[in-house]
Design a protein around this ligand. Sequence first.
Ligand code: 13P
Length: 257
Amino acid sequence: MRKPVIAGNWKMHVRAQEATELVRQLRAACETDAVEVVVCPPSTSLATAHEALRGSSIGLGAQNVHWEPQGAFTGEISAPMLVEAGCRYVIIGHSERRQHFGETDATVRKRLGAALTHHLTPIVCIGETLAEREANQTWAVLERQLGAVFTDCAGWDCGGLILAYEPVWAIGTGRNATPEQAQDAHQFIRQWVAKRCGAAAAHVIRLLYGGSVSAGNAAGLLQQPDVDGALVGGASLKADAFTAIVRAAADTTAVKT
Ligand code: 13P
C-alpha cells in the first residue's frame, strides 16, 4: 500500500505573514498519519512556514532548485540552501517553469540530480499540453519526459521519487482530467517505470495527479488505483478546500488496502 501524498503548490502566492496563518489552519485540520501532507510556499515564505510547522507532520517543500550547490546564478536557490531552510521536498519541472522560464528536459534532469544528492524528495512534474493531447501525442510526450528524468538512474532509489502527472490543459483551468484519463496516464507511467527501473520500484513510486484538483473532484481521482495523491494549486491556498482533499486521500486508504 502506497501512502498517499497531498502536496500544495502555493506558486507565487502567500506572503510570509499569510503563511503563518495558513499553516496554523492546516495544522489544526490536516495532520494525519494516513497521508503525507506537504506545503510548497514561495521562497520568501519558506522560513516562516518552517517555523510555523515546527513539530508538525506536515512537510515543507520548495518550488524549484538549481543544480549547483553555489555559484554565480542570480535568482536561483541551491539544494543545500533549501535544506537549510527546512525543506524536505522540492517540485521540479513544473509546466509553468517549462512554459514561461525555458525549463527543458535536460535542466529538469540536472535539478533532479541536485535534489537527490542532497536528500530532498523530488516531486517531478510531467504532462502534455492540450495541442499534444489533441494530436494523440500524450504517450510520446510522457515517454520523452520520463526518459529524460530517468537518464543515468542506475544508482538511484527510483521508488523514492514522486512523479506528478499534470496535464497542462488542466492546470488552473477548472477543467480537471477525468478519473479515467488520470488513471490511464498513471498506469502508463507506472508501466514505463516498471520497464526502466523494475517492478519493485514501480510498485512503490508515488504518482500524483495535478490540475484543477478541488474538494469536489478529489475523491473520484484519488480512488483510482494508480493515483497516489495530488499536487494541488489553487485549492491549496484555502485551508478548508485543502483539508477536504487530504481527508479524501485518507478515506481512499481504507478502500485501496
Ligand atoms: P491548479 O490546482 O490551480 O490547477 O494547479 C495545479 C498545479 O499546477 C499544481 O502544481
